[in-house]
Ligand binder design. Sequence first.
Ligand SMILES: [Cu+2]
Length: 499
Amino acid sequence: MKRIGAVCALLSLAACNVSASGPALPLAPAEAPAVVSSHGVATFELRAELDPSNGFPTFVYQGDYGYAPTLVVNPGDTIVGDLSDDLQGHGLPSDVNLHFHGLNVSPHEPADDVLTMLARPGGSLHYVVHVPASQPPGLYWYHAHVHGETNYQVGQGGMSGAIVVQGLSARLFPKAPLPEQVLLVRQLGNGAGSLRLAPQTSADAGEMVMSSPSPRPPNTQPCAHSAGDLLTVNRLNEPTLHVRSGRPAFFGIVNATGHRTLDLSVRGAAMRVVGIDGYPLDEYPGAPAQLAVPHFVLPPGGRVEFLATVRTASALQTSCYFSGPGGDADPPQLLAHVSVSESEDAGALVPAAGVALRARPQPLPRPAVSRVVRLTEDANGFYINGRAFSPRAKPTFVVHTGTVERWTVLNLTPEVHAFHLHQVHFFVESVDGVPVNRRFWRDTVVVPYGRQEGGVFKPGEVTLIADFRNPLIRGTFLFHCHILDHEDHGMMAKIQAIP
Ligand SMILES: [Cu+2]
């Protein structure tokens, strides 16, 4: 915990209350100093290194291990980043790169290309990511994305940081935008349920080959804690969040864990969800700007932004979640204390720097194509349509830029998966055959586990509409399970988008 509460660092995110007369009061423990775009450019430098305190890979930012800056940009800005690879600690070379999760940006080098952009130890990568002017304002994130290494680097090492595309608060509260408390939830180290195995180098050409996933016991005690399953918030155990009594507080949460499904709630208060996976709710045609829910299920990789009005001391918490008889345990945990202040100074509003005009959602065309994605697993690995991911494989699907497609994702396994599509968003039409009435854009969704019904195995099923209309999205990119050990062991495939 080298930088507990880097107060007043997040500027427009208002990690602190800036008052003309009184002292600064931290609203939330900051993840790290923010990099706020200037003249349309947000520039940062990161190193990837083994953290000497725990032996896991981590980002090093301005000399501090374990921290990555929150990138604060406006739609239309450019992110310019340099990443150098000083990872070589576990006896083998370890590549590293970045994925800009949820941004509707090019999958080509030097932008969000996780297929060919790989830094070897001693090497480096230079990123230039043009965030489109049409990018909806909200919470995105970046993380390492090296096939076979993601659970180790992202899940266990916590190699991740937040990206805020400014404008959501100003859109919701144009007269007095609320500061957002950005919280990254991680499960660092040797967490239960992890399938991390030492990579082996094959004899031919030093290619990385992952060993098989080890057998796990059935998930008979999904609510039971085990060693190493502690969740952190901005790398802190049970930090305290400060809010004003009776006033809405604005939270943005990233599920940056490797495999934990979070069932989030604020004790004693409703969650008024305003954004999912970076998109304001009303980006979907006809959807409301806010939706009050008692709790919200957030898969690994997902983000939720919400308002909560708290009047007495409370807590941000995750409840026990059953991920299926073959899944990982997701026990309950208090994530953060919520401290309530009556003081007029506490939590004073700081105007947001950027103001985005509300986009007018375009009506959707009919799906051009219907496809089926079958998720399976066995003792040797995880598969999409019968194949484990190979970096050299041809794209599983070729899609046409300018269209939308209907995908039916079938889960033929006894555990949930977190379906994630790079580059674009989708909305869910139905879950297990039941139509979803509340439709919202997202980039990651839980696919229910398959189960026996009347002696017959019934796969879990999500039907979604994927949006490939953005003309910037051309090239080859990925879709995969965001439970990172599943991804590492094969549950990933390529899409090629062509005109
Ligand atoms: Cu999975």
